[in-house]
Write a protein that binds this ligand. Sequence first.
Ligand code: ATP
Length: 214
Amino acid sequence: MIYMEKIGVFGGTFNPVHNGHLEVIKAAKEQLKLDHVLLIPTFQPPHKQARHLAPPEDRLAMCRLAVKDMPYVQVSNLEICREGKSYTYETLEILKGQYPQSQFHFLMGSDMFFTVQDWRNSERIAQYAVICCMAREKGELFRLQEHAKRLMLLGFQSFVLEVRPFPVSSTKIRTNIKKFNNLLHYVPKSVLEYIYVRGLYALPQGKTFYDLRP
Ligand code: ATP
């Protein structure tokens, strides 16, 4: 029997990457017995208004710093090099071409899991990957399991990771960026230092990063 390599695919804005993201990767690696994980920052997220979006090369660099002690994670510039809106079905199609013998597990938090059936060409996402989700807040597990049943009727295979949630968001990091010490629990130190050195997210009220660029 041919062994099918199991690859976790984790896409997101990662603006910035935080420990909640790393918890998803660790839980998925362990519970799904993944061989490796591709961490793929989007160029432009199709589903949400990305306010205060740091340049793609900075988000990529922060992802690389965050996983430097996780040898089974590779940071991919696939979506950043493609530019434009980063649609998941397109990314999975490209990856399928690159790794024809592999089985993909697309990793996501609960907010994304509840909407994945509405993403562009979601039937192709269902064709290419098992959807694996993790609660972001306490008490979400039951709703996730119920949603997994609904997704099954729509042709998706899904898996709910059972772990204690790590409630943090990139928004929370960006809005509290001046509180270095408080953030150390939520963001790898190397990432936080990078943010400070590059002056990311420290914006006057109402300005975006791009307003400040020469
Ligand atoms: P923002 O606050 O800017 O909207 P975010 O924290 O939701 O950002 P994203 O980069 O948009 O981070 O998320 C990428 C993926 O990681 C999504 O599938 C999201 O649901 C998931 N995710 C983010 N934070 C967590 C968390 N704390 N626990 C579990 N999953 C998470």
